[in-house]
Write a new protein. Structure first.
Length: 146
């Protein structure tokens, strides 16, 4: 395994995926590509669109900078990429483009009903990815129902 693509949005689930992906990359001597996906913004008017775009890009850069700093701490070479569009489709395309051997993505831990209603990036990615997908779930705090 030479390259691992890790998707992040800065959420707790994504941070867990970043940690697990970096640990795996360190163990096997792979480099990583961190990606985050900015959702398309419907036409809101130029001024509102620009503000929303600025906010989304700042959040994306923050998530990637945090992931990159963690990779640097472990000495794992990394690249970053901000994508725009459908998250699962963009992540799958990025895996192809970057020649990834594995995709690592977090899970928010929604049950079957919530995933059916809300959709699930990790679930959709399992069918669209050209390479294996490792779905990492954040640990459930003690005393919390799973």
């Amino acid at each position: 395994m030479k390259r691992i693509l890790i998707a992040t949005d800065g959420s707790d689930g994504a941070r867990t995926a970043v940690d697990e992906g970096i640990a795996l990359a360190y163990e096997v001597g792979a480099d990583v590509v961190f990606v985050t996906v900015r959702h398309d913004t419907p036409l809101l008017g130029d001024e509102i669109y620009q503000r929303r775009l600025t906010t989304q890009l700042a959040h994306a850069r923050e998530a990637l900078d945090e992931a990159g700093s963690e990779a640097e701490r472990y000495g794992v070479p990394c690249q970053t990429d901000i994508l725009e569009g459908d998250p699962a489709r963009c992540i799958a395309e990025a895996a192809r483009f970057h020649g990834a051997d594995l995709v690592v993505v977090g899970s928010r831990g929604h049950g079957g009903l919530m995933s059916a209603v809300l959709g699930s990036v990790s679930r959709q990615l399992l069918t669209e990815s050209p390479v294996p997908v490792m779905v990492v779930r954040a640990p459930v705090p003690a005393g919390t129902a799973a």
